[in-house]
Design a binder for this molecule. Structure first.
Ligand SMILES: Nc1ncnc2c1ncn2[C@@H]1O[C@H](COP(=O)(O)OP(=O)(O)OP(=O)(O)O)[C@@H](O)[C@H]1O
Ligand SMILES: [Mg+2]
Length: 204
């Protein structure tokens, strides 16, 4: 068993309610999404993503996507993967969601970088999807995109287009507040999801 699979095995998730039960002392919990818990591996610059029991199949899907975009600097390096985990670069920065809640400015060049990353991924035959505020991290003023599992989905989603429009129509305007409470962002995201209900993810 390699070091990473041992660490991934130490992560115990309740299959019924997805609550995190335990994990190795060399891991620090840094995030959770709809399909996984993410940890920083202490004393390294690596992040370990461990999928919920019901979403383990996404580890291979996401690893395959990362493999095809390793030459694009806007995505983290993939170091290892297994049946239910991935090891990628730990991106030391703030997600766009955190930038908004903390009042850290998001620039037009950050928006352009996301567009370039999307175009480059499209050249690899992917369909970049599920691009939302928590999946983009600003690191040293430049963006990194994480959570690429849904880049193989068939359905086209317009989340990024809507976010970009909101940036130009509202955020970039002088009068628009640059710091927004998390509960308001979560409320907008909830309404957005209700209005744009997506069918189950279909993978190519
Ligand atoms: N490599 C990383 N470096 C730093 N933070 C990370 C990294 N990967 C994930 N995170 C943090 O963990 C959170 C959850 O990770 P991720 O988006 O990969 O999980 P998910 O379950 O696939 O999410 P989603 O709900 O968007 O499908 C991210 O929003 C981010 O805050
Ligand atoms: Mg995510």
């Amino acid at each position: 068993m390699n070091k990473y699979s041992g660490l991934a095995k130490s992560v115990v998730i309740n299959p019924k309610n997805y609550k995190l039960i335990q994990y190795d002392a060399s891991l620090t919990l840094i995030g959770v999404g709809r399909s996984a818990y993410v940890f920083k591996i202490k004393n390294t610059n690596q992040a370990l993503k461990v999928f919920f029991p019901s979403h383990q199949y996404l580890a291979k899907v996401e690893a395959d996507v990362y493999k095809s975009i390793q030459h694009i600097g806007y995505f983290p390096t993939l170091y290892d993967f297994g049946p239910h985990y991935l090891v990628i670069d730990f991106v030391d920065g703030y997600t766009l969601f955190e930038c908004l809640t903390r009042g850290i400015p998001i620039s037009e060049s950050n928006i352009n970088e996301v567009d370039i990353a999307i175009q480059l991924a499209r050249k690899e035959g992917l369909n970049p999807s599920d691009i939302h505020l928590r999946n983009i991290i600003i690191h040293n003023g430049k963006i990194k995109m994480i959570d690429v599992a849904r880049f193989k989905q068939i359905e086209t989603d317009k989340q990024w287009l809507d976010l970009k429009n909101t940036f130009y129509r509202l955020y970039s305007k002088k009068y628009f507040p640059k710091k927004i409470p998390a509960f308001i962002l979560n409320w907008i995201a909830f309404l957005y999801k209700r209005l744009n209900r997506r069918s189950a993810i279909q993978i190519k």
